[in-house]
Design a protein around this ligand. Structure first.
Ligand SMILES: Nc1ncnc2c1ncn2[C@@H]1O[C@H](COP(=O)(O)OP(=O)(O)OP(=O)(O)O)[C@@H](O)[C@H]1O
Ligand SMILES: [Mg+2]
Length: 386
């Protein structure tokens, strides 16, 4: 085994190569015994490590106990599949903080099947695609999406199996089961002669997602996230900020799922069965969070002639879908009921736009526009606050 250590103030990184077993564990043991004085952060880099035996695990455990006793932190990085398996088998996975080594994937020669706002989707083989985020997107996004997709799948959301997070140079991606399917956008265009029935199917799929109750600790809470966005958004004064948060917190809390980008470009049709993709913003909360974003896409973007470009659905058809959507979702409400529903949808649409404003989605030109329509969508009693 080879052991290389580097010191950066109170952070020590130890890179291990080869086998950590009865013959070599004492080398690491000696370092842990004698050289940890003043170290608050210990990083064990297992990139080149092939094997760990029980003697190796014991030294890792001692290192962990030592760091904990001095209120320091320890993380094991680049853990191979095989060693992660040993951690899981022995129960060390619950004792240690560790990060798996990402599988490296090259997309050279792979067919690109789609290009979205956050990345590109390539066909890896007949059963698998990789959604590869652009390199400027936060590195943690892939793991976040993978994690939410996995939890949604076991909660009963019809979605693709998410296999793994992979690295492609400095980009990160998620390997997914390949859905042999068209988007709902394409399906709507092909079935425009029976648009009412298709919208009804779309609505009942949305309601199916919105009826899935989950343990509130397993998904982010949309209200908490939304309050955070409002807090950091510079377009509001303190009075407006307080009123928006008060309204968000006043609404009944729900432990049912939302997708937060539930437009027909994120639903794939396997035959006549819908399946959800693009799971990075899944959360729990009122369905109005979803309805606001659906309106943003099918009504607002379509009105600007952008729906075709953004979700692959003809703009005029998108407007027709939206005009039927709300009545169908709420079972043909009476006019006064409908205007209260519309008002609420606009409020939650403003919230999504605060998020999009903060994330810079759509570029600089869109950013200044968003500020205007955040104020158009919010009720006057909020926008007029000083
Ligand atoms: N599991 C899958 N099987 C087949 N195709 C897929 C799969 N996942 C994604 N795609 C294709 O890739 C496209 C983009 O995927 P996705 O919506 O997840 O990415 P995105 O970059 O977040 O897109 P956007 O932000 O534009 O909505 C989809 O519209 C679909 O055509
Ligand atoms: Mg998408």
């Amino acid at each position: 085994m080879k052991l290389e250590q580097t010191l950066n103030d109170a952070r020590m990184t130890v890179v291990l190569t080869g086998r950590l077993d009865a013959a070599t564990a004492p080398v690491l043991g000696e370092l842990v015994d004698r050289q940890m004085e003043g170290i608050t952060e210990l990083v064990l880099d297992f990139d080149g490590l092939d094997y760990v035996s029980s003697a190796g695990l014991r030294v890792i455990l001692i290192a962990q106990q030592k760091m904990r006793a001095t209120h320091g932190s320890m993380v094991v990085k680049n853990v191979s599949q095989a060693i992660a398996g040993i951690f899981e088998m022995t129960g060390f996975d619950s004792l240690l903080t560790y990060e798996r080594k990402l599988r490296q994937l090259s997309v050279a020669g792979l067919e690109m099947i789609a290009k979205g706002a956050n990345g590109e989707c390539y066909k890896v083989d007949d059963e698998t695609v990789v959604k590869l985020y652009y390199d400027y997107i936060d590195e943690a996004s892939a793991a976040k999406e993978k994690n939410l997709a996995k939890k949604a799948f076991v909660a009963g959301v019809p979605t693709a199996i998410s296999y793994d997070v992979v690295a492609c140079g400095n980009r990160r991606g998620v390997l997914y089961e390949m859905l042999k399917a068209d988007t709902l956008s394409k399906y709507i265009e092909k079935n425009v002669h029976r648009l009412d029935a298709v919208v009804e199917m779309y609505v009942s799929f949305c309601k199916q997602i919105h009826a899935i109750a989950v343990d509130p600790n397993t998904f982010p809470d949309a209200v908490t996230l939304a309050c955070g966005y409002v807090d950091t958004c510079d377009v509001f004064n303190d009075g407006q900020r307080a009123a928006i948060k008060e309204r968000l917190l006043r609404a009944e809390r729900q432990n049912t799922l939302i997708h937060w980008d539930l437009h027909p470009g994120n639903i794939m049709m396997q035959g006549d069965s819908p399946c959800l993709i693009d799971m990075g913003d899944m959360a729990i909360g009122t369905p109005y969070f979803d309805l606001g974003q659906i309106k943003q896409v099918l009504h607002y973007y379509a009105g600007m002639g952008l729906c075709q470009k953004i979700i692959g659905l003809d703009d005029a058809i998108a407007l027709r879908v939206w005009s039927r959507f709300v009545a169908s979702y709420f079972g043909n409400p009476a006019p006064d009921e409908l205007s209260a529903i519309e008002e609420n949808i606009n409020f939650y649409r403003a919230i999504k736009n605060v998020f999009l404003y903060l994330s810079g989605s759509g570029g600089e030109a869109m950013r200044s526009r968003r500020k205007d329509f955040i104020f158009q969508m919010l009720p006057k009693e909020i926008t007029e606050l000083k």
